[in-house]
Design a protein around this ligand. Sequence first.
Ligand SMILES: Nc1ncnc2c1ncn2[C@@H]1O[C@H](COP(=O)(O)OP(=O)(O)OP(=O)(O)O)[C@@H](O)[C@H]1O
Ligand SMILES: [Mg+2]
Length: 299
Amino acid sequence: MSGQTRGAEPGEPGSAAPAVDGRTAGAPPTYRADLAAKPPKLRVKGLSVTYIGRDGHETEAVRDVSFDIEDKPGAGEIVVFLGPSGCGKSTILKAVAGLIPPTAGDILVDGHPVTGPGRDRGMVFQAYTSFGWLTVRDNVEYGLRLQGMPASERRALSDQYLASVGLTEFANRFPKDLSGGMKQRVAIARTLINQPRVILMDEPFGALDPQTRWGMQGLLLDVSRTMDNTILFVTHDVSEAVYLADTIYVLSARPARILHQVETPFFQNRDMALKSAPEFRAVEKRLLDMLYAPGAATA
Ligand SMILES: Nc1ncnc2c1ncn2[C@@H]1O[C@H](COP(=O)(O)OP(=O)(O)OP(=O)(O)O)[C@@H](O)[C@H]1O
Ligand SMILES: [Mg+2]
C-alpha cells in the first residue's frame, strides 16, 4: 500500500513521500525498480467526481483522491474508507466499479484502465440488490452461470458460500422472504463466489445484528487471507474499521479527500479478544480524534 501525491509516480525521482498516519514521512524519495516493473493491483490517481443534476446543479463529491494497492500474490488486503455521511465514500467505490465515470483522474486494475464494470471487480452495494425473481441459491450462482460453469460445480460452490453466510436453510426461498440482513448476506455470497480480484463493499454489514456482524467480519478476514483478493470496504464504524483493515483512509467531509492514512498493526492476530486490547483501543481513539477533532475530517 502506498498513498501518493498527484503529478509524480510513487517511487519516481521527484515524488513526495506519502503522508502516513497523519505525519509526512521525511525519507527522501527513492526509485524502486521492482515496483516500477509491476503495476499495482489497483491504482486510483487524481480521482475527482462531480455530479451534474438534470437542472444543471453541480455536486462535487470526490476531489483528487489518489492511492495505490500493490499486488501481493498470496496475501489479501483490506483497505477501509472511513468518513462522515455524504462525504463521497460510495462515489469512490462506484467509480472503481466502473459505474460512474470520473470527472478527472484515472483508475487502473493491473495496469488496465477501468472503462466500465468488469469481472475483475465485484461490488456489494449499500442497498440490498438481490434479484427478486431468483431463489437465494440462484442469486448466489448468478455470476457462475454467466461464466458458463456446469451446474454440479456451481452447486458445490454455492453450498459452500451459502453455508459460510449462514443461509443453507434458505437456499430455495426468494429474497422477499428474507430479512434485510439476510438479503445483504445473499449479496455478499453472490459477490464472493465469483472471486473478483477487487471486491468493493459499501457498508455491507450495516443491517446486521452484532453477532451476525462479527461472524461476517470473520468471514471477510478469512476470505482476504486465503483468496488473495483486495477488498475496499466502506464503514462508519470505527471499531469495524480497525478490526478489518490493513490500511485505513480517513476522508474529509464532502468533497471526499484523503486526510490520513493509518496502517493497523494486527495483521497476523485478529480474534475477538483483540477488540478489547489496549493497542486496539489506542488506534480507535486516534481515528476518533481524526474524525471528530475540530478542523479534522469535518473541515
Ligand atoms: N447520482 C447522484 N446525483 C447527484 N448527486 C449525488 C448522486 N449520488 C450521490 N450524490 C451526492 O454526492 C455526495 C456524496 O454521496 P455518496 O453517496 O458518495 O456519500 P457517502 O459518503 O457514501 O454517504 P453515506 O455515508 O451517507 O452513504 C452527496 O452529497 C450526495 O448527495
Ligand atoms: Mg454511501
